[in-house]
Design a protein around this ligand. Structure first.
Ligand code: Z16
Length: 830
């Protein structure tokens, strides 16, 4: 090892092997890491060795920035944003970090000179899939924007040993496989074995006298230790690198010894297993599963560790907890971490001997709460019985918060008993349950929804009573996505074109600058560039689908894409009904002139959600029949892309022509896939739901295919008595499509297979698929016509990209900073 390489040598010199960014330095560092960290040399390195060495080479360059950022933040004494989230769906780190460091091209050249297959190295990375979908991916986009905007921030979550399951498709059905993402090691994280906190479970509480005051002691029957694992999150084009701190659960060593000394070896091992189970696996549901004790343990575990860590930082810096809320603001990503409200009270009162009032003052000025759903089945509650058994001290605190809160309500609404019952933290009607959304709302100074429409609905429906009481606490922050991953990493051709048009790459940090594309919307030469870019992306996807999924698709056809979690409210089956209708039209009239389309679906179903799994089976079954029918398969193709995740998604966004955002109006809080597609130049066919409303406002009504009933109209329909089967009576093609599914055509003659799906649509149709069918078909016909006029289509596509600036997560984070967190940038310098 050279002198320069020894620990203790000065870090930060631009010629340093761990920090230098030149091609020669990168090559040198890569070989060095391959040798010293992996025990390999170029000639024998496997692709995975190469990936690891590359990752370490990049990480070295991040650590330098990370340490300097931490120093700068500490000196600034600025307020830190703590983003508490049970999910972070980060996606692969390597390419993202190369981009944010600004060394993608030089690394590619360095790799080439070493004889490495750069793409194969990127392909090696197992993505950290620590999230289900939108909410977890949003958290990852926000980390990227926080670092890029130089905001002091920490992401806190759980280091699940198994993330979201890998999806296989066998005989058309979803099969789940466990996600062993840590098997080959994770080069991006730094274990912090000394950074650990105890978390208690079970047992009972006692009161005792302390200095003339009654205090409470919690005697648990299980103590779990949370250990920190840190991942640096680098901003784009800045030196700031923030911290993502994930907690892993372990049995405290001391406990093993105790049991061992008394001879209870099995007991000791059992306690260890029980403790470690807490961070074992991500719950693969996008809505809560009733009564899952382990899930509550996970929530309390990471909330408690994170708060103990903040308190440690606060005491280290200020020596007192007074003013804690001025140094930290904690954003609750949905109700998953809402228990933190009661836990901060416990820590302040029981562990740091504060009185209730000052503790409550700090608590309610610390938290802010984001709601992500209005679906009644997705609102989290815990039975008092389970909660009290697992967290006896927290139940007492929740009761006391509730008692004081209801006194206020009583005074404000002068004994409106119905309202008091509705607002209580305890739902007395359904076997006594704790309403986590109410706990989060009462404990927060700000509450926000994730799109304009959603935030309005939060105020007028699920939290109406709270809005009546505290209107000033309610806000909107429309979601956004990061252009670093969803344009630069996934669509480098588009990125290059945008940089050319704008004159520089300033648009990456200020997406409003893409407005300068507008004058090019009618430029013939630019249309040619646009077409070439799109066709190349579609060819790439076609190649990828051939290699990975084994299907052939024609890049000349319209790529019509719907990728997202499979859920009835998202209405993938409405899309299928359109496909079947096109199929029937072509069968009846083989020479009919229809725009050739390739339909691509992707998404995971919660393993216990049978209807969602049946929808996957239906898509694959329809695909099997249509793709094999020579009468139509030159004009219709259907593909289900298995294992939709961040890594696979990156191949799709650049290649899509049409983005399907067809949820039942009023059900999708925001959607974020809608943004990723539109900023890559896909046109949207969508309902007036979630952020679709704002996307349409931005890109212009004439550049968006709107269809469907409004949320209000659907509500009225439902109130009048919705009878879906009657719709079929006057809609011949709809009847016929449903009959075709029921006939067994797509199930080798089996008439039973899809019966639950068809009957549900005919007799229940809770998400009003049939009500929107005809409007959807009409709009799709217009899509086909528009596709026939490439000039017009390209114009719309260009204008979409030019006008999507609002949906950069940088804008969302600026909104949070100004409206909610009241924090400012703290630039770090190298
Ligand atoms: C989730 O991804 C979302 C909501 C929720 O209650 C739970 C999960 Cl895991 C989604 C919303 O469905 C989606 O509309 C929204 O865009 C996303 O959260 C981010 O806000």
């Amino acid at each position: 090892m050279s002198d320069m390489n020894r620990p203790g040598s000065a870090v930060g010199e631009s010629d340093h092997i761990r920090t230098g960014l030149s091609k020669e330095q990168l090559k040198q560092a890569y070989i060095d890491n391959l040798f010293y960290l992996l025990g390999r040399f170029l000639e024998v390195a496997t692709p995975h060795d190469s990936y690891m060495a590359a990752a370490y080479t990049v990480r070295d360059r991040m650590l330098d920035r990370w340490i300097k950022t931490a120093r700068t933040y500490k000196a600034s004494q600025a307020r830190t944003v703590c983003y508490l989230s049970a999910e972070f769906l980060l996606g692969p780190h390597l390419a993202k970090n190369l981009i944010n460091l600004g060394i993608m091209e030089v690394s590619r050249e360095a790799g080439a000179e070493l004889g490495l297959d750069f793409e194969a190295i990127l392909e090696q990375e197992e993505e950290p899939g620590l999230g289900n979908g939108g909410l977890g991916r949003l958290a990852a986009c926000y980390l990227d924007s926080l670092a890029t905007l130089q905001i002091p921030a920490i992401g806190y979550g759980i280091r699940y040993e198994f993330g979201i399951f890998d999806q296989l498709i066998e005989d058309g059905w979803q099969v789940e496989k466990s996600d062993v993402w840590l098997r080959d090691g994770n080069p991006w994280e730094l274990p912090r074995p000394k950074l650990r906190f105890p978390v208690r479970f079970g047992g009972h509480t006692e009161t005792f006298q302390d200095d003339g005051r009654v205090r409470v002691r919690w005697i648990p029957d299980l103590v779990v230790e949370g250990r920190a694992y840190d991942t640096p999150i680098l901003g784009y084009g800045v030196s700031n690198a923030n911290l993502l701190r994930l907690w892993s659960a372990h049995a405290p060593e001391s406990f093993d010894f105790q049991a061992f000394n008394t001879g209870d070896y099995y007991g000791a091992v059992h306690a260890k297993v029980e403790a470690e189970t807490i961070s074992k696996v991500l719950y693969p549901n996008d809505e809560p599963q009733a009564g899952k004790e382990l899930r509550l343990k996970q929530q309390y575990f990471f909330a408690s560790c994170s708060l103990q860590d903040m308190i440690r930082l606060q005491l280290g810096a200020a020596g007192t907890l007074e003013g804690f809320h001025e140094k930290f603001v904690v954003q609750l990503n949905d109700t998953h971490p809402a228990i933190a409200v009661a836990e901060l009270m416990r820590l302040l009162i029981d562990e740091h001997r504060m009185d209730w009032e000052p503790a409550w003052e700090i608590t309610r000025r610390t938290f802010a709460f984001t709601n992500h759903t209005l679906l009644p089945e997705a609102l989290e509650t815990w039975t008092v019985a389970l909660f009290g058994r697992l967290l006896p001290r927290l139940l007492e605190i929740v009761y006391e918060i509730n008692r004081r809160f209801l006194d206020k309500v009583r005074m404000h609404f002068l004994g409106d008993e119905a309202r008091i019952a509705r607002m209580s933290l305890i739902d007395e009607g359904h076997g006594r349950r704790i309403r986590m959304a109410h706990l989060a709302t009462v404990g927060s100074f700000a509450i926000n929804g994730v799109a304009e429409m959603h935030s309005e609905l939060v105020k007028s429906t699920i939290l109406k009573d709270f809005h009546d009481l505290w209107p000033e606490r309610f806000h909107n922050v429309t979601n956004g996505v990061t252009p670093r991953r969803f344009i630069i990493v996934s669509n480098p051709r588009l990125a290059r074109l945008l940089t050319e048009c704008c004159g520089d790459d300033g648009w990456v940090r200020d997406m409003d600058r893409l407005r300068s594309l507008e004058p090019l919307a009618d430029d013939v030469g630019f249309h040619e560039d646009w077409r070439r870019m799109k066709t190349a992306a579609k060819r790439d996807l076609a190649d990828w689908l051939r290699r990975r999924v084994g299907v052939n698709v024609d890049p000349e056809t319209l790529f019509d894409v719907q990728v997202k979690r499979i859920h009835e409210y998202k209405r993938q089956h409405l899309n299928v009904l359109h496909i079947i209708t096109l199929y029937e039209r072509l069968k009846a009239e083989p020479n009919r002139d229809v725009a050739p389309r390739t339909f691509v679906f992707g998404g995971k179903a919660a393993p216990g959600y049978l209807m969602a799994k049946l929808i996957i089976k239906l898509i694959n079954s329809v695909a099997e029949v249509i793709n094999q029918d020579p009468q139509v398969n030159d004009r219709l193709r259907v593909v289900f892309m298995p294992d939709f995740n961040v890594k696979n998604a990156q191949h799709l966004y650049p290649a899509a022509d049409l983005s399907e955002q067809i949820s039942m109006a009023g059900k999708e809080a925001s959607g974020t896939g809608n943004m990723k597609f539109a900023m890559n130049g896909a046109l949207t066919i969508g309902t007036l739901d979630g952020a679709n409303v704002e996307i349409r406002e931005e890109v212009g009504d004439e550049n968006f295919f709107l269809f469907g009933h409004t949320a209000e109209q659907l509500q009225r329909l439902q109130a009048e008595g919705y009878r879906p089967w009657e719709i079929c009576n006057d809609r011949f093609e709809l009847r016929s499509a449903l009959d075709l599914i029921a006939s067994g055509l797509f199930s080798h003659g089996d008439k039973e297979l899809f019966r639950p799906l068809v009957e549900n649509l005919l007799y229940q149709d809770p998400f009003m698929v049939l009500a929107d069918y005809e409007l959807y078909l009409d709009r799709q016909t217009e899509v086909s016509h528009a596709w026939r006029d490439p000039k017009h289509w390209n114009r719309m596509s260009i204008l979409n990209v030019a006008r999507m600036g609002k949906f950069s997560s940088d804008r969302s984070i600026r909104d949070y900073c100004e409206r909610i967190w009241r924090v400012r940038p703290v630039p770090a310098e190298l």
